[in-house]
Design a binder for this molecule. Structure first.
Ligand code: GLY
Length: 334
Protein backbone atom coordinates (compact mmCIF):
# COMPACT_ATOMS: atom_id res chain seq x y z
CA UNK A 1 0.00 0.00 0.00
CA UNK A 2 1.69 3.20 -1.23
CA UNK A 3 1.07 6.66 0.20
CA UNK A 4 1.32 9.71 -2.04
CA UNK A 5 2.50 12.88 -0.34
CA UNK A 6 2.55 16.37 -1.80
CA UNK A 7 4.95 19.15 -0.93
CA UNK A 8 3.55 22.15 -2.74
CA UNK A 9 3.59 21.04 -6.39
CA UNK A 10 6.02 18.15 -5.85
CA UNK A 11 4.82 14.60 -5.35
CA UNK A 12 6.47 11.88 -3.30
CA UNK A 13 5.43 8.24 -3.42
CA UNK A 14 6.05 6.35 -0.20
CA UNK A 15 6.40 2.60 -0.75
CA UNK A 16 6.46 -0.13 1.89
CA UNK A 17 8.59 -3.11 0.87
CA UNK A 18 11.19 -5.64 2.00
CA UNK A 19 14.90 -4.79 1.91
CA UNK A 20 15.37 -7.10 -1.10
CA UNK A 21 12.54 -5.51 -3.06
CA UNK A 22 13.87 -2.02 -2.33
CA UNK A 23 17.29 -3.03 -3.62
CA UNK A 24 15.73 -4.40 -6.80
CA UNK A 25 13.60 -1.29 -7.37
CA UNK A 26 16.32 1.35 -7.02
CA UNK A 27 17.61 2.63 -10.39
CA UNK A 28 20.86 0.88 -11.41
CA UNK A 29 22.62 4.16 -12.14
CA UNK A 30 21.71 5.76 -8.77
CA UNK A 31 24.46 6.82 -6.37
CA UNK A 32 23.97 5.74 -2.76
CA UNK A 33 24.96 8.01 0.11
CA UNK A 34 25.21 6.24 3.44
CA UNK A 35 27.25 6.02 6.65
CA UNK A 36 29.88 3.51 7.76
CA UNK A 37 27.49 1.68 10.13
CA UNK A 38 24.79 1.10 7.52
CA UNK A 39 27.33 0.14 4.83
CA UNK A 40 28.93 -2.39 7.24
CA UNK A 41 25.58 -3.84 8.34
CA UNK A 42 24.31 -4.29 4.74
CA UNK A 43 27.42 -5.02 2.62
CA UNK A 44 25.52 -6.76 -0.19
CA UNK A 45 23.21 -3.75 -0.58
CA UNK A 46 26.15 -1.30 -0.54
CA UNK A 47 27.96 -3.35 -3.17
CA UNK A 48 25.23 -3.01 -5.77
CA UNK A 49 25.83 0.61 -6.79
CA UNK A 50 28.33 3.45 -6.52
CA UNK A 51 28.32 4.37 -2.85
CA UNK A 52 29.53 7.46 -0.97
CA UNK A 53 30.18 6.65 2.68
CA UNK A 54 30.33 9.27 5.46
CA UNK A 55 31.10 8.94 9.18
CA UNK A 56 28.11 8.13 11.36
CA UNK A 57 26.61 10.75 13.67
CA UNK A 58 25.43 14.35 13.73
CA UNK A 59 29.03 15.50 13.17
CA UNK A 60 28.60 14.61 9.48
CA UNK A 61 25.72 17.05 9.06
CA UNK A 62 28.16 19.89 8.46
CA UNK A 63 29.40 21.91 5.47
CA UNK A 64 32.75 20.02 5.04
CA UNK A 65 30.94 16.66 4.67
CA UNK A 66 28.31 18.23 2.43
CA UNK A 67 31.10 19.55 0.19
CA UNK A 68 32.75 16.12 0.16
CA UNK A 69 29.47 14.47 -0.93
CA UNK A 70 29.10 17.02 -3.77
CA UNK A 71 32.70 16.46 -4.92
CA UNK A 72 32.19 12.67 -4.72
CA UNK A 73 29.06 12.95 -6.88
CA UNK A 74 31.09 14.83 -9.46
CA UNK A 75 33.90 12.25 -9.27
CA UNK A 76 31.32 9.46 -9.69
CA UNK A 77 30.25 11.13 -12.94
CA UNK A 78 26.76 11.98 -11.66
CA UNK A 79 24.77 14.15 -14.07
CA UNK A 80 21.40 15.85 -13.81
CA UNK A 81 19.56 12.56 -14.34
CA UNK A 82 21.48 10.59 -11.69
CA UNK A 83 19.29 9.81 -8.68
CA UNK A 84 20.88 10.25 -5.26
CA UNK A 85 19.71 7.67 -2.74
CA UNK A 86 19.87 8.83 0.88
CA UNK A 87 20.26 5.40 2.48
CA UNK A 88 20.53 5.75 6.24
CA UNK A 89 19.16 7.57 9.26
CA UNK A 90 18.20 11.19 9.74
CA UNK A 91 21.72 12.55 9.36
CA UNK A 92 22.29 10.83 6.01
CA UNK A 93 18.80 11.81 4.82
CA UNK A 94 19.30 15.48 5.61
CA UNK A 95 22.87 15.60 4.28
CA UNK A 96 22.33 13.60 1.09
CA UNK A 97 18.98 15.32 0.52
CA UNK A 98 20.64 18.73 0.66
CA UNK A 99 23.38 17.50 -1.69
CA UNK A 100 20.75 16.12 -4.12
CA UNK A 101 18.78 19.37 -4.00
CA UNK A 102 21.82 21.49 -4.85
CA UNK A 103 24.13 19.30 -7.00
CA UNK A 104 23.75 20.69 -10.54
CA UNK A 105 20.80 22.72 -9.18
CA UNK A 106 19.01 19.55 -8.21
CA UNK A 107 18.98 15.87 -9.13
CA UNK A 108 16.29 13.28 -8.25
CA UNK A 109 16.30 12.29 -4.57
CA UNK A 110 15.21 8.91 -3.23
CA UNK A 111 15.03 8.37 0.52
CA UNK A 112 15.67 4.89 1.91
CA UNK A 113 15.44 5.38 5.68
CA UNK A 114 17.13 2.76 7.88
CA UNK A 115 16.36 4.18 11.33
CA UNK A 116 12.97 4.39 13.01
CA UNK A 117 13.38 8.15 13.35
CA UNK A 118 14.08 8.60 9.65
CA UNK A 119 11.17 6.33 8.68
CA UNK A 120 8.55 8.15 10.74
CA UNK A 121 9.86 11.69 10.39
CA UNK A 122 12.87 12.96 8.50
CA UNK A 123 12.60 10.97 5.24
CA UNK A 124 9.14 12.43 4.58
CA UNK A 125 8.31 16.09 4.08
CA UNK A 126 11.34 17.43 2.26
CA UNK A 127 13.28 19.18 5.01
CA UNK A 128 16.99 18.73 4.28
CA UNK A 129 20.09 20.57 5.40
CA UNK A 130 23.14 20.76 7.60
CA UNK A 131 24.00 22.32 10.95
CA UNK A 132 26.04 25.49 11.47
CA UNK A 133 28.10 26.37 14.54
CA UNK A 134 25.25 28.75 15.38
CA UNK A 135 22.62 26.00 15.49
CA UNK A 136 20.98 22.92 14.07
CA UNK A 137 19.62 22.80 10.49
CA UNK A 138 20.51 26.45 9.88
CA UNK A 139 21.53 25.82 6.25
CA UNK A 140 18.93 23.87 4.35
CA UNK A 141 16.09 23.66 1.88
CA UNK A 142 12.85 21.88 1.08
CA UNK A 143 13.66 19.08 -1.34
CA UNK A 144 10.85 16.58 -1.84
CA UNK A 145 12.12 13.06 -2.52
CA UNK A 146 10.64 11.51 -5.62
CA UNK A 147 10.24 8.22 -3.74
CA UNK A 148 10.64 7.01 -0.17
CA UNK A 149 11.17 3.27 0.27
CA UNK A 150 10.29 2.13 3.78
CA UNK A 151 11.63 -1.33 4.67
CA UNK A 152 11.24 -1.99 8.38
CA UNK A 153 13.63 -4.94 7.83
CA UNK A 154 16.45 -2.39 8.12
CA UNK A 155 15.55 -1.92 11.80
CA UNK A 156 16.93 -5.41 12.54
CA UNK A 157 20.47 -4.05 12.63
CA UNK A 158 19.66 -0.73 14.31
CA UNK A 159 21.23 -0.41 17.78
CA UNK A 160 18.65 -0.71 20.58
CA UNK A 161 19.39 2.83 21.78
CA UNK A 162 18.60 4.27 18.34
CA UNK A 163 15.38 2.29 18.13
CA UNK A 164 14.34 3.72 21.51
CA UNK A 165 15.27 7.23 20.37
CA UNK A 166 13.05 6.79 17.30
CA UNK A 167 10.15 5.82 19.57
CA UNK A 168 10.29 9.36 21.00
CA UNK A 169 9.12 10.70 17.62
CA UNK A 170 6.42 8.00 17.42
CA UNK A 171 5.20 9.02 20.90
CA UNK A 172 5.27 12.65 19.74
CA UNK A 173 2.68 11.89 17.03
CA UNK A 174 0.39 10.45 19.70
CA UNK A 175 0.57 13.55 21.86
CA UNK A 176 0.28 16.11 19.05
CA UNK A 177 -2.47 14.56 16.94
CA UNK A 178 -3.45 10.96 17.58
CA UNK A 179 -4.12 10.03 21.22
CA UNK A 180 -5.32 6.46 20.33
CA UNK A 181 -1.87 5.78 18.85
CA UNK A 182 -0.48 5.96 22.40
CA UNK A 183 -2.36 2.72 23.20
CA UNK A 184 -0.70 0.83 20.33
CA UNK A 185 2.95 1.61 21.12
CA UNK A 186 3.76 -1.94 22.24
CA UNK A 187 2.41 -3.52 19.04
CA UNK A 188 3.94 -4.36 15.67
CA UNK A 189 6.31 -1.74 14.31
CA UNK A 190 5.21 -1.85 10.68
CA UNK A 191 1.63 -0.58 11.16
CA UNK A 192 2.89 1.93 13.71
CA UNK A 193 5.43 3.29 11.20
CA UNK A 194 2.78 3.44 8.46
CA UNK A 195 0.40 5.29 10.80
CA UNK A 196 3.06 7.89 11.72
CA UNK A 197 3.95 8.45 8.07
CA UNK A 198 0.27 8.95 7.19
CA UNK A 199 -0.01 11.53 10.00
CA UNK A 200 3.09 13.36 8.84
CA UNK A 201 1.88 13.38 5.22
CA UNK A 202 -1.41 14.91 6.38
CA UNK A 203 0.37 17.73 8.25
CA UNK A 204 2.86 18.44 5.44
CA UNK A 205 0.02 18.53 2.94
CA UNK A 206 -1.80 21.17 4.99
CA UNK A 207 1.26 23.37 5.56
CA UNK A 208 4.09 22.30 3.25
CA UNK A 209 6.55 25.09 4.03
CA UNK A 210 5.69 25.60 7.69
CA UNK A 211 4.23 29.04 7.07
CA UNK A 212 0.73 28.49 8.48
CA UNK A 213 1.52 27.13 11.92
CA UNK A 214 0.14 23.63 11.28
CA UNK A 215 3.43 21.93 10.36
CA UNK A 216 5.03 23.52 13.40
CA UNK A 217 3.09 21.09 15.62
CA UNK A 218 5.67 18.50 14.53
CA UNK A 219 8.16 20.53 16.55
CA UNK A 220 6.63 19.60 19.92
CA UNK A 221 9.62 18.93 22.19
CA UNK A 222 12.03 20.17 19.53
CA UNK A 223 12.69 23.74 20.68
CA UNK A 224 14.13 22.40 23.92
CA UNK A 225 15.63 19.37 22.13
CA UNK A 226 17.65 21.47 19.69
CA UNK A 227 18.94 23.57 22.59
CA UNK A 228 20.02 20.42 24.46
CA UNK A 229 21.78 19.05 21.39
CA UNK A 230 23.53 22.39 20.91
CA UNK A 231 24.54 22.70 24.57
CA UNK A 232 25.92 19.14 24.67
CA UNK A 233 27.86 19.48 21.41
CA UNK A 234 25.69 17.31 19.10
CA UNK A 235 26.38 13.66 19.78
CA UNK A 236 26.22 12.54 23.42
CA UNK A 237 22.42 12.95 23.47
CA UNK A 238 20.70 11.43 20.43
CA UNK A 239 18.11 13.61 18.67
CA UNK A 240 15.21 11.38 19.78
CA UNK A 241 16.49 11.35 23.37
CA UNK A 242 16.66 15.15 23.33
CA UNK A 243 13.10 15.23 21.94
CA UNK A 244 11.96 13.02 24.83
CA UNK A 245 13.50 15.39 27.40
CA UNK A 246 12.13 18.35 25.43
CA UNK A 247 8.57 16.97 25.40
CA UNK A 248 8.55 16.73 29.20
CA UNK A 249 9.94 20.27 29.61
CA UNK A 250 7.46 21.64 27.06
CA UNK A 251 4.56 19.79 28.72
CA UNK A 252 5.61 21.52 31.94
CA UNK A 253 5.66 24.84 30.07
CA UNK A 254 2.13 24.22 28.72
CA UNK A 255 0.97 23.45 32.27
CA UNK A 256 2.65 26.55 33.73
CA UNK A 257 1.06 28.75 31.04
CA UNK A 258 -2.34 27.35 31.96
CA UNK A 259 -2.73 25.67 28.55
CA UNK A 260 -2.67 22.07 29.78
CA UNK A 261 -3.79 20.23 32.91
CA UNK A 262 -1.13 19.24 35.47
CA UNK A 263 -1.48 15.52 34.74
CA UNK A 264 -0.29 15.99 31.12
CA UNK A 265 3.30 16.26 32.42
CA UNK A 266 2.97 12.93 34.26
CA UNK A 267 1.39 11.27 31.25
CA UNK A 268 4.15 12.39 28.89
CA UNK A 269 6.83 11.39 31.39
CA UNK A 270 5.27 7.99 32.16
CA UNK A 271 4.94 7.13 28.46
CA UNK A 272 8.58 7.99 27.79
CA UNK A 273 9.88 6.14 30.87
CA UNK A 274 7.94 3.05 29.75
CA UNK A 275 10.03 3.15 26.56
CA UNK A 276 13.28 3.65 28.49
CA UNK A 277 13.70 7.22 27.24
CA UNK A 278 15.36 9.99 29.26
CA UNK A 279 13.18 12.76 30.69
CA UNK A 280 15.64 14.98 32.59
CA UNK A 281 17.94 17.77 31.35
CA UNK A 282 21.50 16.29 31.29
CA UNK A 283 23.82 17.05 34.23
CA UNK A 284 25.90 20.16 33.76
CA UNK A 285 23.49 21.84 31.32
CA UNK A 286 21.87 24.95 32.80
CA UNK A 287 18.47 26.47 31.95
CA UNK A 288 20.26 29.72 31.04
CA UNK A 289 22.47 27.89 28.53
CA UNK A 290 19.42 26.31 26.94
CA UNK A 291 17.59 29.63 26.78
CA UNK A 292 20.57 31.21 25.05
CA UNK A 293 20.61 28.38 22.48
CA UNK A 294 16.86 28.83 21.91
CA UNK A 295 17.26 32.54 21.26
CA UNK A 296 19.58 31.64 18.38
CA UNK A 297 17.37 28.84 17.09
CA UNK A 298 15.59 29.56 13.81
CA UNK A 299 12.24 29.16 15.54
CA UNK A 300 12.90 32.33 17.60
CA UNK A 301 11.20 34.89 15.37
CA UNK A 302 12.00 38.58 15.96
CA UNK A 303 13.40 37.75 19.38
CA UNK A 304 10.29 35.83 20.42
CA UNK A 305 10.30 32.23 21.53
CA UNK A 306 7.75 30.04 19.81
CA UNK A 307 6.69 26.61 21.06
CA UNK A 308 4.34 23.92 19.80
CA UNK A 309 2.49 23.01 22.95
CA UNK A 310 0.17 20.10 23.68
CA UNK A 311 -2.99 21.02 25.57
CA UNK A 312 -4.25 17.44 25.90
CA UNK A 313 -3.13 14.16 24.31
CA UNK A 314 -3.89 14.48 20.58
CA UNK A 315 -4.10 18.30 20.49
CA UNK A 316 -1.26 20.72 19.83
CA UNK A 317 -1.05 24.40 18.90
CA UNK A 318 1.68 26.83 18.06
CA UNK A 319 2.22 29.40 20.81
CA UNK A 320 4.31 32.12 19.17
CA UNK A 321 5.28 34.39 22.02
CA UNK A 322 6.26 32.61 25.22
CA UNK A 323 7.85 34.75 27.97
CA UNK A 324 11.45 33.80 28.74
CA UNK A 325 10.77 33.62 32.49
CA UNK A 326 8.20 30.87 31.91
CA UNK A 327 10.71 28.94 29.78
CA UNK A 328 13.41 29.24 32.45
CA UNK A 329 10.96 28.04 35.11
CA UNK A 330 9.92 25.02 33.03
CA UNK A 331 13.56 24.13 32.39
CA UNK A 332 14.54 24.53 36.06
CA UNK A 333 11.85 22.14 37.21
CA UNK A 334 13.27 19.08 35.61
N1 GLY B 1 10.59 17.20 11.49
C1 GLY B 1 9.66 18.25 11.45
C2 GLY B 1 9.16 18.53 10.08
O1 GLY B 1 9.45 17.80 9.16
O2 GLY B 1 8.49 19.52 9.89
Amino acid sequence: MDIVATLGTQKTTIHFASVEVVEALLPRHAVLVTDENVAAAWPAFAGTRKTIVVSPGEGSKRIPTYERVLESLAEAGADRSTPVVAWGGGVVGDLAGFAAGTYMRGVPLIQVPTSLLAMVDSSVGGKVGVDLAAGKNLAGAFVAPQDVYVATGFLATLPERELRAGMAEVIKYGFIMDAPLLDTLGGDLEPLVARCIALKVQVVDEDPYETLGRRAILNFGHTVAHAIEHATGYGPVLHGEAVAIGMVAEARLARDLGLAPADLVDEVERTLVRHALPTRIPEGVTPEQLLEAMRRDKKAKAGRLGFSLVSEPGKCTLVPNVPEEAVLRALSNS
